[in-house]
Design a protein around this ligand. Structure first.
Ligand code: ATP
Ligand code: MG
Length: 656
């Protein structure tokens, strides 16, 4: 912990210092990936709190994911600033709603709808429309779109026409189902994900007494990843602020990856229009990545177009040269996953911690192969990092069991108060079926095991730091960590979608599945959608500190059609791929360009005899439930989970 407020400013460059020292008034930081935007605002909060300019509990820091919120809280603690609220828009809004609901509406806040698609089906049935599964998902998607764009049922048809959207069904019919869906929610006293922001905005707009109370509580606002703020989130922010301007926003227009939900970098780029007194600070030094990675990121964006691209700042790496990026082409997806696992093994053997490695993909459905490959190679992994650790079911159960054991420990032969804490923890967990060896295979069982293994490691670290501590002391520590969402450090390789990787960084990053159809994803067709795909890849590339691997497979499965081509975005970047960025590589041209495991291409005839490898059970990419229904397996999503707008929606739902 820095010994003074001024010491909090150590380790910031002059521009970052300027951000941190501007404690009052509107501040806007426009800068590329890895330039220390998050660091600058975190230090700004800590500096304000340490100086006494900010009372910690009056600061509301908004981050994009719960994981980012947790990281910020951790950093703030290290800088000696406790009690700051760092949350996502949704979690901040939900907290406020829960608090104000009894006063604003009466009773308790309705619970969240669990079977949303069923509710849509019931609404359709009420207006005598029968929808099959695919149609249901389409309508659900339309309702979600309408809600995030604040379109009420009666305006839906006009809004669709204005947005030049091609609606999947007759807009009048969709609007009718949407209206009944809203009515059914009220009747059954449930709310959906979109309602959390809508209701908060509604209450703050209508109830001045409640808005005043919120404004009395929060006086300083900081928003990270401001380029992806949706119109509704922007509205909420304005309501929180009232006529005050103590707002500091940071963002990078080139990392806008949620525009499909109505998010727009305009609020970031036009910050001065709304706040004429704003101090605008630009950062260009990239502290995260090696010159090679920064060069690649700059190259990727040099072909970008659109509004975000006009405001691009060329990044300048501050790090020493590192290894060249590895481009690897594989015959099929299982081979690609095995290749990544092999490379990861080499890295861990050479000293890189598994927790400093990530495998990032475009859609969550791609994770399964990598789970399997890592499990086969005996490499620990985490599906979603340490996010919401203490709310995972297995951790809740283990926590309760440990609490029970601590209370009745005196009578338990397993817990004689001569055995060390980690052994006691292992003994208690073994009664829950936990073993010290990881289970074979991947999937939910393995995921649960990894959570409990983290808990055991936490107990080991705790016992080492506090040799005289008891199991009761460990429970106190767990309670404290749960209250502050202070999850144990990630120990395994992170498997995450590109959307979920925003704002994070690792020593080694594997960008996998970079074939046409996956990156850009097939349903990206318009120029805007394709630009967003490019930005998504930029987000991926800029997560890496030192090692970066970019790979793709020519076929989905062994022996399958192998006509896939590497992503058009790699054209002109990877050695030997020509210079025209948009022209796809001719089939059969140069294969892999370096990297172990590369160039394992098999000819279709050679592979024709091979059978399709089915690895592990198919799981819902939203909730992780094992899928058995053929229709669900095809969609990689269970019936109960929300419809498909974009992969990013899943991230938001899961993260929330
Ligand atoms: P992104 O756009 O991806 O969110 P960012 O601009 O928020 O990136 P940070 O995550 O704040 O960047 O910083 C990137 C990395 O560089 C971090 O590891 C951070 O600690 C480091 N860093 C930032 N500023 C400095 C500095 N002045 N000196 C040393 N390291 C720094
Ligand atoms: Mg950041």
């Amino acid at each position: 912990v820095p010994d003074s407020a001024d010491a909090v400013l150590d380790g910031l460059d002059p521009e970052q210092r300027e951000v941190a020292e501007t404690l009052q008034g509107p501040v806007c930081v426009l800068a590329g990936a890895g330039t220390g935007k998050t660091r600058a605002i975190t230090h700004r909060i800590a500096y304000g709190v340490r100086r006494g300019d900010f009372q910690a509990t009056t600061v509301l820091a908004v981050t994009f994911t719960n994981r980012a919120a947790g990281e910020m809280r951790g950093r703030l603690r290290e800088l000696g600033a406790h009690g700051v609220q760092a949350r996502t828009f949704h979690s901040a809004a939900l907290r406020q709603l829960q608090f104000f609901w009894p006063k604003a509406v009466g009773g308790d806040l309705p619970r969240l709808v669990e079977r949303k698609v069923q509710l849509v089906a019931d609404a359709a049935a009420r207006c005598h429309v029968r929808l099959d599964r695919g149609e249901l998902r389409d309508v659900t998607g339309e309702i979600e779109w309408a809600k995030v764009t604040q379109t009420v049922p009666s305006d839906y048809a006009a809004a669709v026409a204005k947005a030049a959207r091609t609606p999947p069904r007759d807009p009048a019919e969709t609007a009718q189902i949407y209206g009944l869906y809203e009515q059914l929610k009220r009747e059954r006293s449930v709310i959906d994900f979109e309602d959390v922001l809508l209701l908060t905005v509604g209450i703050l707009q209508d109830r001045h007494d409640i808005a005043d109370q919120v404004r009395a509580q929060y006086k300083h606002f900081v928003v990270d990843e401001y380029q992806d703020v949706s119109p509704l989130q922007q509205r909420l922010l304005e309501l929180w602020l009232g006529d005050r301007e103590n707002l500091c926003v940071v963002g990078d227009a080139s990392q806008t990856i949620y525009s499909f939900t109505g998010a727009t970098p305009d609020h970031l780029l036009n910050f001065r229009t709304r706040h004429p007194q704003a101090k605008i600070v630009k950062l260009v030094r990239d502290y995260r990545s090696t010159p090679q990675i920064v060069h690649l990121a700059n190259g990727l964006l040099s072909h970008a177009s659109g509004r975000a691209a006009e405001h691009r700042l060329e990044l300048v790496s501050q790090r020493e040269k590192g290894p060249e990026a590895v481009y690897a082409e594989y015959a099929d997806e299982p081979a690609e996953a095995d290749g990544a696992a092999r490379r990861i093994r080499e890295l861990t053997e050479a000293g890189t911690l598994a927790g400093n490695i990530a495998v990032l993909f475009r859609t969550n459905g791609q994770s399964e192969l990598y789970e399997q490959a890592l499990a086969d190679a005996g490499i620990p992994y985490q599906l979603r990092g340490a996010e919401r650790f203490f709310e995972r079911r297995e951790v809740l159960e283990a926590h309760a069991a440990l609490r029970g054991a601590a209370r009745f420990g005196g009578n338990d032969p397993l817990l004689d108060d001569t055995v060390d804490i980690p052994s006691q923890v292992r003994a208690v967990l073994s009664t829950k079926g936990w073993t010290s060896r990881p289970p074979a295979g991947s999937g939910a069982t393995r995921d649960r095991w990894e959570s409990l293994a983290s808990l055991v490691r936490l107990a080991e670290d705790f016992a080492q730091a506090h040799p005289a501590a008891t199991l009761g002391d460990l429970i106190t520590e767990l309670d404290e960590r749960k209250a502050t969402q202070h999850a144990p450090a990630v120990e395994g390789v992170t498997l995450a979608s590109l959307h979920a990787a925003k704002g994070l960084e690792w020593d080694a990053v594997f960008l996998v599945g970079l074939a046409e159809g996956m990156m850009p994803i097939t349903y990206a067709k318009t120029d805007e959608q394709l630009e967003e795909e490019r930005r998504l890849l930029y987000v991926g590339v800029t997560r890496a500190r030192v090692h970066l691997s970019l790979s793709w497979a020519l076929a989905r499965s062994p022996g399958g059609w192998s006509g896939r081509r590497p992503s058009r975005f790699l054209q002109g970047l990877r050695p030997g791929s020509g210079t025209t960025p948009t022209r796809p590589r001719a089939p059969g041209a140069a294969g892999a360009t370096g990297g172990p495991g590369a160039s394992t291409r098999t000819s279709p005839t050679e592979a024709a005899g091979g059978s399709r490898v089915r690895r592990g059970p198919a799981r819902c990419r939203v909730c992780g439930r094992t899928l058995t229904d053929a229709g669900e397996m095809k969609l990689m999503r269970c019936e109960d989970c929300p419809s498909d707008m974009d992969e990013g929606v899943y991230e938001r739902l899961r993260d929330w």
